[in-house]
Design a protein around this ligand. Structure first.
Ligand SMILES: [Zn+2]
Length: 560
């Protein structure tokens, strides 16, 4: 007996929980034991108590739910973490409220060169479009930049436009625009990366956004001090994730620099979430530059830090008419948007990435973008043969009846963001729903339609586009209301919502045998919640909080 006891001395046991394992063979349990970073036992109290040894740490879940660690399938760690220090404008509406918020923030940061705000709704001034003149009234003598929640549009005041040298406009690549006024000067609205990057650079945030804006590396290389500062930003982001019950991150922007910073953080013992960082392919690159993606995949291939994915943008967003549609926008009848790659170009790229055995993830918002990307995946399959590729389409805000079954046929993962549908958790109904137009509503943000069609659907926040909190995301997915009575119900069940943040996320990483479920031999990644989520009314779900987050058998967050 003493022999078994020493062997069974678990590092940690969680007892008195309502354990939702996501393992179909044993969906519920009372307790979990973890040893050497892996789950040693899941079952009733007696089974798990047998693992309690003299050195075992005991965590009492007090009847709260215990679920697999959340897997965030689409987010931006580096920029999200940096932005925790920005002025947050979510929920701010009207000129006075905006003025008060910006002026207070400016007063509190007298030495900051460029002031940056985020989370400004496209309708922050009601039906009036924001221009530099509004912002000049609020802050005439210091440069100020304000980002829409989707980070596809930003607005700058005159000081900022002047400092960045774009007040008189600039020639940009397709899909990017400095909106010009009748006076021949920039109006202040900057659409997409190439338009606002010159301003963001002045905010000293060039490095945090490189993985998103160019996919390139810092030049010049940061000093030792800057590098340490960047590691501190990464740590802040990882802490923010752990606090929200997240144990795995599928980052959606990347470069060597981010991977290097994270591996330095890992060497210091502080990598508290598992992170996947893609290579970001942009439309000004050539196919040979994918060597870097293959090299990233080879160099970083551990259970904590990995790559092996290429992220691209095919289009922009609905709110700035940069998403690519099959039929014209309902409020702009001569316009279908402009893709960042031609369909033929995208096919060539998809074939090449697929040939290298890497996974592809493409931002595709409009139904035209979704179709072109699926066409690219089909071309890759035709050229390279069928393989377990698990390519992904990110966002899918619009699609069509014809393209829905192609997700299943091509084995493509649908990456959906429950906080995003207008009129839900994070964004107002307008202007988006009018822009889409009623005829396209039945296949707008078609979460349930895709699940019921049999597609793999992963959930994510796209933080910092929306709050990172997976519990809020689950609630939004379950509370989803149709925009009209005759539209299909796209809400999901608790089980489906949880699957989107756990098992499906694991599948998207080819890690379904290691994580996403609480099962013997799987990674010791779990979250203890403050209440039983099955017994909590849906309207109150957001009150349920992570109490303890455990990743690889280590406590990475503890409330109180
Ligand atoms: Zn994103």
């Amino acid at each position: 007996m003493s022999v078994t006891e020493t062997v069974r001395n678990a590092d940690l046991i969680v007892i008195d929980g309502r354990v939702l394992t996501m393992d179909t063979a044993q969906p519920s349990a009372e307790a979990v034991a973890i040893k050497d970073g892996l789950i040693a036992a899941v079952g009733d109290t007696a089974t798990v108590e047998a693992w309690r040894g003299p050195d075992t740490r005991v965590i009492d879940a007090r009847g709260g739910s215990v679920v697999p660690g959340f897997i965030e399938a689409h987010m931006h760690l580096f920029s999200g973490a940096a932005e925790l220090a920005h002025l947050q404008l979510a929920g701010v509406h009207g000129f006075e409220a905006l003025r008060d918020a910006v002026q207070a923030y400016a007063r509190s940061r007298p030495d900051m060169g460029m002031l940056v705000a985020q989370g400004a709704d496209y309708t922050i001034l009601g039906s009036e479009r924001v221009t530099r003149h509004h912002l000049d009234v609020i802050l005439p003598d210091r440069p100020f930049l304000m980002a829409a929640p989707d980070h596809h549009t930003m607005w700058a005041n005159t000081k900022a436009l002047e400092a960045a040298g774009i007040l008189h406009g600039r020639v940009l690549g397709a899909g990017n625009e400095i909106v010009m006024g009748a006076d021949g000067l920039a109006e202040g609205e900057l659409r997409e990366n190439e338009a606002f990057n010159p301003v963001l650079k002045l905010a000293g945030e060039g490095r945090v956004r490189l993985g998103l804006s160019t996919g390139g590396e810092p030049d010049p290389m940061p000093s030792t001090e800057e590098r340490a500062g960047d590691r501190a930003i990464m740590r802040r982001g990882l802490d923010w994730c752990a606090r929200h019950g997240i144990t795995s991150i599928q980052n959606m922007d990347g470069n060597y620099y981010q991977l290097e910073l994270l591996s330095e953080v890992e060497a210091e013992g502080d990598l508290i979430c598992r992170v996947k960082v893609p290579f970001h392919y942009k439309n000004f690159m050539t196919l040979d530059m994918l060597d870097k993606a293959s090299d990233m995949a080879e160099r970083y291939d551990s259970e904590w830090l990995s790559s092996s994915m290429v992220k691209l943008f095919y289009d922009g967003v609905l709110d700035s008419w940069t998403a690519v549609m099959i039929e014209p926008y309902a409020d702009r009848l001569d316009w279908v948007g402009e893709p960042l790659f031609s369909p033929e170009e995208f096919k060539r790229i998809a074939v090449e990435i697929d040939r290298r055995g890497l996974q592809i993830a493409v931002h595709s918002i409009g139904d035209g973008a979704v179709r072109a990307v699926l066409d690219g995946y089909e071309a890759a399959r035709d050229a390279n043969g069928t393989r377990d590729s698990r390519h992904r389409v990110e966002h899918i805000e619009l699609t069509t009846a014809t393209d829905i079954p192609r997700f299943v046929g091509l084995g493509v993962i649908a990456s959906m963001q429950p906080p995003h549908p207008p009129g839900g958790m994070s964004f107002p109904l307008e202007p988006t729903v009018s822009r889409i137009g009623r005829t396209r509503w039945p296949y707008a943000y078609p979460t349930r339609t895709l699940i019921e069609a049999g597609a793999h659907v992963v959930f994510a926040s796209d933080w910092p586009v929306a709050p990172i909190d997976p519990i809020l995301g689950m609630q939004a997915a379950m509370l989803r209301k149709p925009w009209a009575d005759d539209m299909p119900d796209q809400s999901v069940t608790l089980q489906q919502a949880l699957a989107g943040y756990t098992v499906e996320g694991a599948y998207a990483e080819f890690m379904e045998d290691k994580k996403g479920q609480l099962k013997t031999g799987f990674f010791g990644d779990l979250v203890v919640l403050s209440a039983d989520i099955e017994a909590t009314p849906l309207e109150a779900l957001h009150e349920v909080r992570p109490v303890t987050t455990i990743c690889g058998g280590k406590v990475t967050y503890q409330a109180r």
